[in-house]
Design a protein around this ligand. Structure first.
Ligand code: F6P
Length: 494
């Protein structure tokens, strides 16, 4: 497909309306297939993600359907009901997993939207796969959506869906939320298909971004890549029958605060936190990092800062231990493989240099390339003295909010990169520029030596903020704004 073809107009005949008044589209389904080792059977379990928690009550109340990829290559299973939700799978072939998911989504868009921390790769067959898969999603949504339904499309994997869906079904109300940053135009402009992406997004009635800067970047992309005029947060889109207005705004995503607070208050979780510290040899200071193993997270910056603090004797081992949880992610993508090698080499170097033979807690970096259930995460958050979030670029960073929500004891300190969306809200954190290694080292030492009074003051203010702006608040704010958008059945009301 050429870079100038208008993909939004290139759609099949519209399917007849479905029966669901509310449809969510996201690249993944809200459930994971879990294989039972005993009987070889598999079952679907609700995934722990925030989006699922936020949308589940809305889905139930509004007779909702969720359209997503089940996470492995192969034909789509038939629609099924799980956890009170109607789930509709979109299947991806092996080639599509490689060209759409690993290629265009995670080797083109992901690095491009995260300020080219690693170089994005532009391949025309990947773009073709992106168009094909987005059209499959749009069609699956159109088949489920009742006349006049509300559709909520999520994230960078599905940016063409709003335009394709509108071309099939002008009756539905479409919201789109981008969970990752939207880059400045000088970076976005590198994308050979920048115009098609912006036009795809403009099929929505409401476009949500994490931060004001992301919204401003998108508005500029509308003007520069498509020549659309914008007024405040409104973009004017010419239509054959007149014009349409699309609204763009920021809606910072959040977490289920009370779920984490309740977990962290549980006796067994608190006991497990104690066990973790005991297992480490009761160090004076436990530092913690929890991320997907992704180059956007600044894991190497954090490790290098810690290594230098040990070299300089400003922190000592075994009095200090750094638990580094880096969960496996996108492992077949080249840059993720390279990062894993570099992280593991660096962990090995620090442990080789500063570890001690035999003694408990003598491994300065406890590196865990694994994922954990929410209970264990809450115990880890409680076991830590200092949480290190050093992303080089991050749409929000929900780990920072989970840490805060889990600290029912009002202890612990957060070192937080200013390049995260969360830094707009968490003023009680020690804000850092992770590229400034000296500044990062100073912040780690300050956080590790904070007085209990100061820790409490900072933690209280952060907890209040996350409690008030939890994930339910986020979903309600977005859906209210979407309701306020001009009615697609009645035309332009602005
Ligand atoms: O927040 C960005 C995001 O890509 C989500 O869309 C996704 O659920 C999460 O990160 C994990 O990524 P993946 O689906 O590639 O495992």
């Amino acid at each position: 497909m050429s870079a100038t073809k208008n993909v939004a107009a290139d759609t099949d005949d519209p399917p007849p309306p479905g029966e669901y008044g509310f449809v969510v589209a996201a690249s993944r389904l809200p459930v994971d297939r879990v294989d039972e080792p005993d009987d070889g059977e598999s079952e679907w379990r609700r995934s722990p993600g925030g989006l699922v928690t936020a949308l589940e009550p809305v889905m139930r109340a509004a007779n909702g359907a969720w359209v997503g990829w089940p996470g492995s290559a192969g034909p789509a299973p038939e629609p099924f009901d799980a956890g009170g939700m109607h789930l509709v799978s979109v299947g991806l072939s092996e080639d599509e997993v490689s060209d759409f998911y690993e290629g265009f989504c995670n080797a083109t868009l992901w690095p491009l939207y995260h300020d080219v921390i690693v170089p994005p790769v532009f391949r025309r067959p990947w773009w073709d796969a992106y168009v094909t898969v987005n059209r499959r999603f749009a069609r699956a949504v159109a088949e489920q959506a009742a006349l006049g339904a509300t559709v909520w499309v999520n994230d960078y994997q599905l940016q063409l869906v709003p335009g394709m869906l509108r071309a099939m079904r002008s009756d539905v109300r479409i919201g789109f939320f981008n969970h990752i940053p939207f880059p400045g135009y000088e970076i976005f402009a590198q994308l050979p298909w920048r115009r098609q992406i912006v036009e795809g997004l403009l099929g929505a009635d409401l476009l949500g971004f994490q931060r004001h800067g992301d919204t401003a970047n998108f508005l500029r992309a509308c003007r520069r890549a498509t020549g659309k005029s914008t007024r405040g947060s409104l973009i004017q889109v010419p239509e054959p029958a007149g014009r349409r207005f699309v609204r763009a705004g920021s809606f910072p995503v959040s977490i289920d605060f009370s779920a984490f607070a309740e977990l962290a208050s549980r006796e067994d979780v608190r006991a497990r936190a104690g066990e973790i510290r005991e297992g480490l040899g009761e160090p004076d200071v436990v530092l913690l990092g929890v991320d997907r193993l992704d180059y956007t997270k600044g894991i190497l910056h954090r490790l290098n800062a810690y290594g230098e603090l040990l070299d300089e004797g400003r922190l000592t081992s075994p009095e200090t231990v750094f638990i580094l949880v880096a969960s496996p992610s996108r492992e077949r993508v080249e840059q993720y493989r390279l990062l894993r090698e570099e992280v593991e080499t660096t962990v090995g170097r620090i442990n080789g240099q500063h570890g001690e033979l035999g003694a408990l807690g003598s491994t300065p970096v406890q590196y865990l390339h694994q994922s954990y259930p929410r209970e264990e995460m809450a115990a880890l958050y409680l076991a830590a003295d200092v949480m290190l979030v050093t992303s080089l670029r991050d749409g929000m960073n929900l780990v920072a909010k989970e840490f805060v929500a889990s600290r029912t004891d009002e202890r612990g300190a957060l070192v937080l990169s200013e390049f995260t969306g969360a830094s707009d809200e968490l003023a009680g954190a020690f804000l850092v520029n992770p590229h400034d290694i000296e500044g990062l080292k100073d912040a780690i030492v300050r956080a590790a030596t904070i007085s209990p009074q100061e820790a409490r003051r900072r933690m209280r203010s952060m907890r209040r903020r996350v409690r008030e702006n939890d994930v339910a608040h986020w979903a309600a704010a977005f859906l209210d704004a979407l309701k306020g958008a001009p009615d697609p059945l009645e035309g332009d009301t602005l």
